[in-house]
Design a protein around this ligand. Structure first.
Ligand code: 5RP
Length: 225
């Protein structure tokens, strides 16, 4: 029995064509896509990938997918990534896997971004999932305080009792806002706090959502900003 995640991932890789530069997202849903792309590469598909995390880099290397970085290109043809929440406008919360910074850089360099999700990630209103905010370690407490002032309930993400370190050596503060109504303004406001490197609101960056809901595949499209 194929899971919803795998179903969405396998629908997404059908958009990958010979010669493309492909952004490789992070997370358990994207893992299915990377593994499938590996199979396709071994069957002769010629692509070059740009991974969004060290974990995905390792997986792609193990799968034999040739990788490049931004010293070789300024754009990506197509990125396949997951999300923690996505709404009807295809705006998202990402960063549950702590890769939001590289994911956002890759998304903004991508001509098309396919987001693959299982049914329960589709929400009416963003905000049920705590918003990941990536901050530099110095003065994180000040940022924490600022997030409270903004009406959020912040929580420093830990791993084995220590602050989790992202691939860039930063911390993540997960901040619950309950309902996020003015997402664009919040995204900009958060990034204005000194020490905030990026936040997990991805606004206008998804061009196609592929959602697997039981046996059904739902595809929704919109123009990237
Ligand atoms: C990583 C992400 C992931 O795409 C998101 O957390 C979804 O992960 P999963 O597919 O494991 O549910 O944003 O930073």
């Amino acid at each position: 029995m194929i899971s919803e995640k795998q179903r969405a991932a396998e629908a997404a890789v059908e958009y990958v064509k010979d010669g493309m530069i492909v952004g490789l997202g992070t997370g358990s849903t994207t893992e299915f896509a990377v593994r499938k792309l590996g199979e396709m590469v071994r069957d002769g598909l010629a692509i070059r990938g740009i991974p969004t995390s060290d974990v995905t880099k390792k997986l792609a290397e193990d799968e034999g997918i040739p990788l490049i970085d931004f010293s070789e290109t300024m754009y990506i043809d197509l990125t396949i990534d997951g999300a923690d929440e996505i709404d009807a406008d295809l705006n998202m919360i990402k960063g549950g896997g702590a890769a939001l910074l590289r994911e956002k850089i890759v998304a903004s360099a991508s001509r098309a971004e396919i987001i693959i999700v299982s049914g329960q990630k589709y929400v009416k209103q963003l905000g049920g999932f705590p918003l990941p905010v990536e901050v530099i370690p110095f003065g994180w407490q000040v940022i924490f305080n600022e997030l409270e002032t903004l009406g959020g309930s912040p929580d420093l993400r830990l791993k084995q009792g220590q602050p989790l370190l992202t691939d860039q050596g930063n911390f993540i503060i997960d901040c619950r806002f309950r309902q996020i109504i003015a997402a664009t303004q919040l995204e900009q406001r958060l990034n204005m706090i000194p020490g905030v490197v990026e936040n997990g609101l991805f606004i206008g960056l998804c061009s196609r959502m592929i959602l697997a809901d039981g046996e059904k595949i739902v595809v929704r499209e919109r123009k990237k900003r």
